[in-house]
Every structure is written in C-alpha cells, then in structure tokens.
Design a protein around this ligand. Structure first.
Ligand code: HEC
Ligand code: HEC
Length: 387
C-alpha cells in the first residue's frame, strides 16, 4: 500500500516536471518565434491573387481596355499579401484604432453599412464609404465619388493622411511601420528588400484592392451559358434565373430604362462621373468641386453594381437604405438638375422616369440581387490576417 502510494507520487512528480519543462520550452519558443507568424495567420504558400482565372467575358479583349493597372504595379501574390496585411492593420492610424477594413468591411463587399463612417477620433467621413470590388475595372483610373484621385496608387495614401479617417503623416507612417518586426520580411518578399517607404505601401495596398474581383455570382453562372462576344440580347433568359429575375434583367439591359447605359458592361459601371437626378439643387458639388466647372456639379462616379445587395446604404450620401428606394428613385424620382445626364433625359429634355409597375420594380430588385457574390464576402484570402 505504502509503496504503491509513493510510486504514484513519483509518477505525478515526474509528470509535473515534464509539463513544466514542456511549458517553459514553449515560452522560449514564443520569444524566438518568427516575427510574421507570431502576429499573422498567413499561409506558407501565398494565396493566389495574381492569376485568378476569370470567365472570358471578364478577361477577354473587350474588357482588357477597362483595366487600370499601371505597368509598374502588376499584382504579385506576395505584393497583394503585404497589401492585405496593411489593409487590416490598425497601426496605419495615428492611435491604432482604425484600419482600412474598419470602413471597408469584407462582409459588406468592402463598404460600410452606415451612412457615414467613423474615423480614428470619432469624427465622421463626408460621404458614404464605397465598395472596393472591381476597382481595377475603371478605365479612367479615377477614384472616390468625385473622382478626385487620379490613380489607385495615389488614392490609397489619402485615407491614411485624412484628418478624420486615419490622421497620419507619411513620415510618421514610415517610422511606425519600420518599428513593427513583421513588416521587413513582408516587404522583402514583395519588393526584394526590407526598405519600407510610403510609395511601396501605396503599391501593395493597390495590388490587394485590385485583386478583389467578383465573378462567382448567380448572374455569372447564368452569363457563362453564352459566348463572351457578342453579349446575349437583353431578353435572352438565363436558365438558372427565375422568371422574375429574367424580367428584371430585361428591364436593366433594355435601352428604354437606361440602367445599362450607365451601369454597363460586365462590371456594371461606366468610366465617368454622371448626374443621376438625385436633387434639383446639389449641396455636394462632387466632380464640379474637383474640376471647378459648374457643368460638373452634382456629378458622381458611376459605381459598380456587383454585390450591390451588400453595400447599403446607397448613393454618395447614403440617402437610400434599400434597393427598393433606389429603384423608386429611377422609377418616379429623377430630378431635372441642369447637369442631369442625357441617359436619364427624354428627347424633349424632361427627366426620364422609368414608371415601373410594382411587379417590374420587384423584378429589377430581384435582378440586382443576382449580382451578389458571397465567395467575395467570405474568401480567406481577403479576410483579416491578424491573430
Ligand atoms: C474612416 C473610414 C475610412 C477609412 C479608414 C478608409 N476609407 Fe476608403 N473610403 C471611405 C469613404 C467614406 C470613401 C468615399 C469618400 C469620397 O468619395 O469622398 C472611401 C473611398 C475609397 C476608395 C475609392 C473607391 C472608388 O471606387 O472610387 C478606395 C479605393 C478606398 N476608399 C480605399 C481605402 C484604403 C486602401 C484605405 C486604407 C489605407 C481606406 N480606404 C481607409 C472611408 C474610409
Ligand atoms: C445617367 C447614368 C445612370 C443611369 C441611367 C442609371 N444610373 Fe444608377 N447610378 C448612377 C450614378 C452616377 C450613381 C451614383 C450617384 C451618387 O451617388 O450621387 C448611381 C448609383 C446607383 C446605385 C447605388 C450604388 C451604390 O453603391 O450606392 C444603384 C443601385 C443604381 N444606381 C441602380 C441603377 C438602376 C437599377 C438603374 C436603371 C433603372 C440605374 N441605376 C440607372 C448613374 C446612373
């Protein structure tokens, strides 16, 4: 009995000792641990950002001309990986509270579900946050609602320096990132050496943003049944669509209702800032404040409608909470602003109201929802890499 007990305590003692050794070994491990993997969840082989296989209608000659990637910033897997880390890093704001992703949320198709977003100090942005999906397909390369940034590379440094959004200066940014041990290895992989500059930060962020392309929606599944060129006629039913969705597609694509005259091509955008008749008198000059031309007042970027179901609220000021309200605007609410786009004018110069029946309004909304691509909203490679 006595002997047996002491054996047990010996075994327990040994076990405790082993556990102690094991734990202290773990501790020393974590001190010497790799600076990247101790902070970030990144795959050993980077995700594929550079060679996403797109359907022919999103990669063919027609759409090539829409791509705004500059020759000096072709996407690489390591470049976009660095961009992903930067995009989710709150260190890019002066008080470590805000990342790009705070206002461009993956689950909201990289927009923000509020009318105005909150910056590092609780201040609010001047406009509604924009979806970043398909940013690469905007041929004039102008960014923001008012198109004030003339390239994505120039755009990406603006929020960092914005006094409401992230509140940094570029020298502060560089100094701060140099002190974070996970960055030198990531910059080395992306650019060949560990030198951290704001120019490289802009390049990497742009690579990540341009890698976000939507091609796996219900619309895409239907579109794939037809050749890339010529595009199927508006009334050609998609076999995977309900009758209502097909009716909505027909309305959207038909010249009579003009949606596709602006939200055109397979990315549902147009390379221009236009006035879509939101107001008779504009309070936000938009593009007009950029060009200092009153003929551009009240003109805003024609955003992509891909994933529009996920990007509420809508328009540059987030005035519409639902797609039903947006459709009602085009059906009965188009205002005769002096700069109202021709696409929304009748031959007599009056605003073109789509005058849709309740069934057709519902069909148009149903069609817009076929543009939802849930893979984008959940794909690991676009998600937060921080542990
Ligand atoms: C505090 C919220 C906030 C933060 C932080 C923020 N953004 Fe934005 N973003 C916005 C808003 C609001 C707009 C629209 C502003 C406008 O048009 O005046 C916008 C617009 C954009 C656009 C233009 C999209 C287009 O189609 O024209 C891009 C690209 C973008 N942001 C990328 C970024 C990146 C990259 C970061 C991080 C470096 C970032 N944003 C940080 C709120 C934010
Ligand atoms: C004259 C060009 C034009 C036409 C025609 C047009 N739109 Fe738009 N659309 C725009 C512009 C410009 C915006 C952004 C306006 C703003 O925010 O000030 C916009 C915004 C939208 C938005 C909100 C996008 C967002 O992310 O906030 C939706 C949805 C939309 N349009 C759907 C439609 C539908 C459906 C039709 C057809 C009934 C249509 N549009 C016809 C130019 C147009």
């Amino acid at each position: 009995m006595h002997n047996h007990n002491s054996k047990i305590s010996l075994v327990i003692g040994l076990l405790v000792f082993i556990i102690f050794i094991a734990c202290s070994k773990n501790d020393t491990n974590s001190v010497t641990k790799d600076p990247v993997s101790s902070v970030l969840n990144l795959p050993a082989t980077p995700y594929n950002y550079a060679n996403i296989v797109l359907p022919p209608y999103l990669s063919g000659p027609d759409i090539q001309g829409q791509i705004n990637t500059p020759q000096n910033n072709i996407i690489t897997d390591n470049g976009a990986t660095l961009g992903r880390v930067l995009f989710y890093d709150k260190s890019l704001s002066i008080n470590n509270t805000i990342a790009c992703a705070s206002c461009h949320k993956q689950t909201s198709a990289f927009s923000d579900p509020v009318v105005k977003s909150e910056g590092f100090n609780g201040g609010l942005t001047g406009r509604n946050s924009m979806s970043l999906i398909d940013a690469k397909y905007y041929p004039n390369g102008n960014f923001f609602w008012d198109q004030r940034a003339n390239s994505l590379e120039n755009q990406t440094l603006i929020p960092i320096q914005d006094i409401v959004e992230m509140g940094m200066t570029l020298p502060q940014l560089e100094t701060k990132l140099k002190a974070l041990t996970y960055y030198p290895p990531l910059f080395t992989k992306a650019f060949g050496d560990g030198n951290i500059t704001s120019n490289r930060i802009a390049l990497a962020l742009s690579q990540f943003v341009r890698s976000i392309v939507s091609y796996q929606s219900k619309y895409d599944a239907g579109r794939s049944n037809f050749p890339a060129i010529p595009a199927p006629p508006p009334n050609a039913p998609f076999p995977n669509f309900s009758a209502q969705e097909n009716r909505g597609k027909e309305i959207f694509l038909s010249p009579q209702f003009a949606c596709a005259a602006c939200h055109g091509s397979e990315t549902f955008t147009a390379p221009a800032a236009r006035n879509n008749g939101l107001d008779l008198i504009t309070t936000d000059r938009g593009f007009g404040a950029v060009t200092q031309d009153i003929n551009d007042d009240g003109r805003f970027k024609v955003t992509t409608l891909r994933n529009v179901e996920l990007t509420a609220p809508y328009m540059h000021d987030g005035r519409f909470a639902t797609l039903e309200q947006v459709v009602e605007h085009y059906s009965s609410g188009v205002k005769n602003h002096p700069n109202l786009a021709n696409q929304l004018k009748l031959p007599n110069g009056q605003p073109r109201q789509a005058n849709l029946s309740p069934q057709d309004k519902a069909a148009l909304v149903a069609f817009l929802k076929t543009l939802t691509d849930l893979t984008i909203a959940s794909d690991q490679k676009y998600s937060n890499p921080f542990k």
